[in-house]
Ligand binder design. Sequence first.
Ligand SMILES: CC(C)(COP(=O)(O)OP(=O)(O)OC[C@H]1O[C@@H](n2cnc3c(N)ncnc32)[C@H](O)[C@@H]1OP(=O)(O)O)[C@@H](O)C(=O)NCCC(=O)NCCS
Length: 123
Amino acid sequence: MLGIGTDLVDIDRFREVLRRTPTVADRVFLPSERAYASEAVDPTARLAARFAAKEATLKSFGVGLGAMRMSEIEVVKQPDGRPEIVLHGRAAEFASERGVARLLCTLSHTDTLAQAVVVALGS
Ligand SMILES: CC(C)(COP(=O)(O)OP(=O)(O)OC[C@H]1O[C@@H](n2cnc3c(N)ncnc32)[C@H](O)[C@@H]1OP(=O)(O)O)[C@@H](O)C(=O)NCCC(=O)NCCS
């Protein structure tokens, strides 16, 4: 195991961020993530969980905001429901340079909070 990261997002605060600055959603989320979120009664809960997963991934790498684009970290929904982290661009290069072979991710959300835990594994 190379690293572990977690993040907790207050859904109403995140809703307010998206309301005030709608371009945040375009910068942070991929179309696939927005499409999946839009199927929910409250899409913001799923978006907040995905934002938490992106921050947890940065933490598992031992870096912070600015090290890579949030849109380079994608949360992909598997057919059985499990979330999987897929990296693109600089984020994929970074992981490869650091010997990260696999990322494990788990998400949870209630009406008020969204949480993610990410574990970075070497080969
Ligand atoms: C998996 C399950 C127990 C989670 O229930 P929950 O407590 O209501 O949901 P939480 O808010 O804690 O977590 C929701 C997140 O769990 C994750 N999840 C869903 N199914 C999952 C699964 N099979 N394995 C791991 N994670 C799963 C998803 O990331 C989901 O969030 P998302 O839809 O925004 O991606 C529930 O969805 C369930 O029973 N599903 C149907 C049966 C199933 O898939 N069983 C497991 C395989 S046999």
